[in-house]
Design a protein around this ligand. Structure first.
Ligand SMILES: Nc1ncnc2c1ncn2[C@@H]1O[C@H](COP(=O)(O)OP(=O)(O)OP(=O)(O)O)[C@@H](O)[C@H]1O
Ligand SMILES: [Mg+2]
Length: 268
């Protein structure tokens, strides 16, 4: 198996803690939750950031985990994480086009237990390729060989790719950019996932303002220098000031982020 070396920045303490809670919550989603889609309503909400870090944490926790970059139209991960691929060209696009096989497109990385199916070559219209049975076969094979498959995807509203991939996943995590994504858009995304029978494992409130009261209460001593935070829950409707807080259907505002998990009901 070929190897890719990549760089991931060290996370601020509060973010690392939040990501760690996400990792643990996903662990409790049951043994059949393997193919996990990280999605969002709009561009730039933080899907790639969350998915890369979740992948790394799962791997570091000892789970054989593979990251699949399905953002075939505009993936930025190769540059962002300084991928050193030593001349390797085979990627997800190659596999979907029939130019490469499974063994050629799964790479080991410098993260122990962390594997990757990268996207080196951008495609203009990958929808037809993602619809092809080869993609489903890839995910099925990965599900046999790896404990978790973390799938980074394009936003749900822009192109059909995200919803298409959702049909082949065991569950999705919806990333919501605090203060930016409207309630109606979030509702629309919930509905889109429901329509394709993709279970919503949870939502992540990303890019939360760190100057709010709730943030200070929980993360006050770590606040200096941190520009962001994460929170998890089921619902929507966060207020901008609820920094790093959890939004939840039963409690509309979130001081108690410890209360909720990504999916308590799916403990198979
Ligand atoms: N919590 C955060 N705090 C600060 N910056 C963040 C945070 N999350 C993501 N970013 C930054 O926001 C930008 C967009 O993030 P990212 O690429 O992860 O979003 P995306 O949803 O994958 O975007 P796209 O829809 O284009 O794929 C990046 O520059 C990233 O570094
Ligand atoms: Mg992205």
């Amino acid at each position: 198996m070929k190897k890719i070396e990549l760089e991931l920045p060290v996370l601020p303490y509060a973010v690392e803690e939040a990501m760690n809670r996400l990792r643990i919550n996903i662990k409790f989603c049951g043994k059949n939750t393997r193919r996990i889609l990280i999605t969002s309503s709009m561009p730039n909400e933080g899907k790639s950031t969350v998915s890369m870090n979740l992948w790394k944490m799962m791997a570091e926790a000892g789970f054989k985990t593979v990251f699949v970059d399905v953002d075939l139209r505009k993936s930025v991960l190769v540059d962002r994480h300084n991928f050193q691929k030593q001349g390797a060209e085979a990627d997800l696009g190659y596999y979907l086009s029939g130019l490469s096989e499974y063994e050629d497109v799964v790479y080991e990385t410098n993260i122990e237990n962390g594997y990757i199916v990268p996207c080196f070559n951008l495609l203009e219209n990958p929808s037809a390729l993602l619809e092809d049975v080869r993609f489903k076969e890839l995910l099925d094979k990965l599900a046999e060989d790896y404990r978790y498959i973390i799938i980074d995807s394009p936003p749900l509203v822009s192109v059909a790719d995200g919803a298409l991939v959702a049909t082949m996943c065991d569950g999705a995590v919806l990333v919501v950019r605090a203060g930016e994504t409207s309630k109606s858009l979030i509702k629309q995304s919930f509905q889109q996932l429901e329509q394709v029978n993709c279970k919503l494992l949870g939502t992540i409130l990303n890019r939360v303002e760190t100057s709010g009261r709730a943030y200070k209460k929980y993360y006050g001593k770590y606040k200096k220098g941190y520009g962001y935070g994460y929170g998890y829950g089921y619902g929507y409707g966060a207020k901008k000031k609820d920094a790093a807080s959890t939004v939840n259907n039963s409690k509309k505002s979130g001081d108690k982020s410890e209360d909720v998990s990504v999916n308590k009901s799916d403990n198979k």
